[in-house]
Design a protein around this ligand. Sequence first.
Ligand SMILES: NC(=O)c1ccc[n+]([C@@H]2O[C@H](COP(=O)([O-])OP(=O)(O)OC[C@H]3O[C@@H](n4cnc5c(N)ncnc54)[C@H](O)[C@@H]3O)[C@@H](O)[C@H]2O)c1
Length: 380
Amino acid sequence: MSPQSIGVVMNGVTGRMGYRQHLVRSVLAINEQGGVTLSDGGRVLLRPVLVGRSAEKLERLAGAHGIADWTTDLDTALADDANLIYFDAQVTQARVKAVLAAIEAGKHIYAEKPTAETYGDALALAEAATARGVKNGVVQDKLFLPGLLKLKRLIDGGFFGRILSVRGEFGYWVFEGDWQDAQRPSWNYRTEDGGGIVLDMFPHWAYVLENLFGRVTSVYAQAVTHIPERVDERGETYRATADDAAYGVFELEGGIIAQINSSWSVRVNRDELVEFQVDGTHGSAVAGLRDCRVQHRAATPKPVWNPDLPATARFRDGWQEVPDNAEFDNGFKIQWELFVRHVVEDAPFPYDFASGARGVRLAELGLLSSAEGRRLPVEH
Ligand SMILES: NC(=O)c1ccc[n+]([C@@H]2O[C@H](COP(=O)([O-])OP(=O)(O)OC[C@H]3O[C@@H](n4cnc5c(N)ncnc54)[C@H](O)[C@@H]3O)[C@@H](O)[C@H]2O)c1
């Protein structure tokens, strides 16, 4: 059976995520391995059509990777019936308009998170996609990280007993841009350009919590701008109008309490850039991007509080590594394969625009909670 080939319009591929994770590590990697394998053994190759604002950048990128099709005109790419999928990794602010045009053109849509800046817009996208009958998906890459897959394995295996709490630490120091270049784009730090760590990270926390532990039923957050002034890509000083750290407490279905710190103004004293500690009646785990360690209740030490004595045990030594037991592929690529199978053979894909909208809503409520200084319910 010779593989079929489908056109994928890719908008925003000159950006950090669009280029590295989606074009190189997913779409091109899928083609290199011979395509996406379908349930009947058939294969699907992806023919990327690069879309962006700069012809020069697109031409260079296409040339570097042997890609035949690129254009600065989205409508032209959308008008081609051979292009079945529209993918969007533009800056968040540009997403809604382009996605609506692609829905209108009858394309199946896959998009980066957040799907929109406001819950109203995110919901409108979900409704428009449903009304037009097109398949829709949002990137929820963290679910496919080895560390979180191991955590899911522990949950499914009944390791924790009753889960009590989740504490997450996410973040690293993003340089201000004056004496060392910032390692994130400057729009991230301007609310007027769709920036802010709450809008960036709460959509991730929404689907991580929902898929592993239960939906969020209330949120209390304190969003702050620790570094008020930064230097942009052109070396110009600008005012950081968006939040660069958020301290959030989330109640989940079943009474689990999750507390997650998200910060671009924190220095890393952890094993990984994100870590989640889960405590249950029967055991605890600490999961990062790759690794996961556990402590069973039977192996739990009994510390006694006495500040007059040095610590009696090296507490971190009393944890056990969870084995890989599998080969882990790139999470973005795995999700692309799932979406392609969803489009081509109607395989299940629960990471739709409705779940994307729940992520945007959590961000919106988080910011409102911070502005009003109170805990807000999240209705379902
Ligand atoms: N899944 C994840 O883990 C993850 C991580 C980072 C970013 N993201 C999301 O991916 C998206 C892109 O983020 P990034 O860090 O790659 O940003 P980036 O600034 O590196 O890239 C943005 C892309 O959008 C294009 N663009 C910039 N301004 C535009 C405008 N006004 N109109 C149209 N296009 C414009 C750029 O040319 C570039 O191709 C964001 O929505 C962000 O939230 C997701």
